[in-house]
Ligand binder design. Structure first.
Ligand code: FO1
Length: 329
């Protein structure tokens, strides 16, 4: 068992990842959660630097998120959007008034030369968040979705085209030049990371860009701590988002086993534990026999705050066997 000062490092994309991160944040001692977030969905819009997955996490962990929607702020107002529409400006990507304040501050601080990790830490502090939130890189990385309509920047595929074009692959512009941010590097070198949790985020466009930062997955594997992957696919469906549709279009079987195979092929030896949903219990035996991971089965569908905390508890106490003993109750 690990003692005080130990941390759980969660890897997260948008909505699904933020749900488990919230459960973990509430179950762990204050400050014991660090979240490494996908920034390949980031883009510039109306001159502003938007970091959708970081913001989903900020709003979720600070209790401000619009839970029905998954992204954005609860009780948001839309005066700027209405004014923009009246001027004939683009409004396909909906930016609420409160959300705009986040983008204005981030864009201004970045323009002054601050690093994205420092700006993110400042926003998290201003929102009263006790968990550390790290962007996967300081440098800009952008997902391009290869589709039957050509290569689409991620938000154009996801929001503007509502994930309708058929997908044939992905590329991540800028990823080769990306570097692990210094504060994350310091955490990895500190010996404080007791376990890594790959949240139930999209493997192709949320987790792959994070683990694709040069050297990162090998560094995580070299920590020699448990690495738990929670499947985002339940009963052949994605809870939210296009993961299942993408798998079908990529010619993969649409099930949790194919997610595990994807991680096995791309990051051999990284994942030590897999969490499947109760609905997928029948996959556990074959999956266990075809690889070296320990396979656990729990409820992974997180509709309520209780569900999020229960899954976090199951991961911490049953899968990781109390690697951090002093969880909050
Ligand atoms: N998602 C949508 O489906 N439509 C939107 O208009 C939209 C606006 C938006 C604004 C700020 C922000 O931080 C996120 C926003 N999202 C929107 C969500 C976001 O684009 C996606 O959920 C993620 O990129 C996928 O993880």
């Amino acid at each position: 068992m690990a003692g005080a000062g130990k941390k759980i490092l969660a890897l997260s994309g948008g909505v699904g990842g933020a749900k488990l991160a919230l459960g973990l944040a509430q179950e762990l001692p204050a400050g014991a959660l660090a979240v490494l977030v996908n920034t390949a969905d980031d883009f510039r819009h109306h001159g502003l630097h938007i970091s959708p997955d970081i913001d989903t996490l900020l709003y979720t962990l600070s209790g401000r998120s619009n839970r029905a929607q998954g992204w954005g702020i609860e009780g948001e107002t839309w005066q700027v959007r209405e004014a923009l529409a009246a001027l004939g400006g683009d409004t396909w990507f909906q930016l609420g008034d409160g959300d705009l304040a986040t983008h204005l501050l981030r864009t201004g601080l970045l323009a002054e030369g601050q690093a994205l990790s420092a700006v993110t830490a400042r926003l998290a502090q201003a929102m009263g968040i006790q968990s550390a939130i790290y962007p996967m890189a300081e440098e800009p990385v952008s997902t391009l979705v290869h589709t039957d309509e050509g290569e689409l920047p991620f938000q154009h595929y996801f929001v503007r085209r509502r994930c309708e074009p058929a997908v044939s692959g992905f590329s991540f512009r800028g990823l080769d030049a990306a570097r692990v941010p210094a504060p994350l590097q310091a955490l990895l070198a500190s010996g404080e990371v007791a376990a890594v949790v790959i949240c139930p985020s999209n493997p192709f466009v949320s987790i792959d860009p994070i683990l694709g930062v040069p050297g990162l997955w090998q560094q995580l594997a070299a920590l020699a701590v448990p690495v738990v992957a929670v499947s985002p696919i339940i009963g052949g469906r994605a809870v939210k988002g296009p993961a299942a549709k993408m798998m079908a279009e990529l010619g993969l079987p649409v099930d949790a086993a194919a997610v595990v195979q994807h991680y096995r092929q791309r990051y051999p030896g990284l994942v030590s534990h897999v969490v499947l949903d109760n609905e997928d219990a029948a996959l556990a035996d074959a999956l266990g026999q075809s690889g070296n991971e320990e396979i656990a089965v729990h409820n992974t569908l997180m509709k309520t705050l209780d569900d999020k905390r229960q899954l976090a508890r199951d991961v911490l106490t049953k899968v990781l066997k109390n690697v951090l003993p002093e969880a909050r109750r």
